[in-house]
Design a protein around this ligand. Structure first.
Ligand SMILES: CC(C)(COP(=O)(O)OP(=O)(O)OC[C@H]1O[C@@H](n2cnc3c(N)ncnc32)[C@H](O)[C@@H]1OP(=O)(O)O)[C@@H](O)C(=O)NCCC(=O)NCCS
Length: 183
């Protein structure tokens, strides 16, 4: 079976991505609102919009998987550093466990590696996805994360941070200020 993988401008491709999210949303609604015994849920969080999007299309079904790509100057222990990021990784429930998210993540990582300024990459995920990212080279960031929300800066704990080495080894400790909305 042939699939098509594209990396598109985030804003222009937003309507297409939102159609996929609407199909996925009912499956995730309870977790998003309530979290679980270890996680607070994340319905209250305002998220950043991706700069780029990896879109995986199946010839029969259209868009089946999406990964957002982000670039931003953040601070780590008070020092400015330009990073890449991945977020909004999602596969249509009827097309999971076929490797689509792995393909989208790999395309996102390749895109960040080609972006010369990005020193390391950051993502946030729920505990049921830790193994997925760890087996693909991402490490937990065990320091403190701050991010902006409409009401001001917060300590960001709604999801766990993971980092990936790009141009330099990613830090796993310290204070990471996202200097903007989380992704
Ligand atoms: C998490 C999510 C994106 C994974 O999408 P996916 O397309 O099913 O992911 P993949 O198929 O690449 O990988 C999922 C698992 O299926 C396995 N898999 C891949 N191809 C397979 C195949 N042909 N047959 C059986 N298993 C397969 C993978 O090995 C992987 O398991 P592993 O992590 O133990 O290696 C998807 O479940 C989802 O959209 N969840 C809801 C939203 C969400 O939680 N997003 C993450 C935000 S950070």
């Amino acid at each position: 079976m042939s699939i098509e993988i594209e990396v598109l401008n985030g804003e222009h491709s937003r309507p297409q991505a939102e159609t996929l999210f609407q199909q996925i949303e009912p499956h995730d609604a309870q977790r998003r609102e309530k979290g679980n015994e270890n996680e607070p849920g994340w319905a209250h969080i305002t998220w950043a919009d991706p700069d780029l999007r990896v879109m995986v299309d199946d010839p029969d079904s259209g868009l089946v998987c999406h990964a957002g790509i982000f670039f931003r100057t953040v601070t780590w222990n008070g020092q400015k550093v330009h990073v890449g990021g991945v977020g909004q990784v999602a596969t249509h429930p009827g097309h999971r466990r076929r490797g689509y998210a792995s393909i989208a993540l790999e395309a996102a990582v390749q895109t960040m590696r080609h972006h010369d300024a990005a020193q390391f990459a950051v993502l946030f995920c729920e505990s049921h996805n830790f193994a997925f990212y760890q087996s693909r080279g991402w490490h937990p960031f065990t320091g403190t994360v701050y991010a902006e929300q409409p009401a001001g800066k917060i300590r960001f704990e709604a999801m766990a941070p993971f980092v990936l080495d790009l141009k330099r080894r990613a830090p796993t400790l310290g204070t990471l200020d996202m200097c903007g909305l989380p992704w």
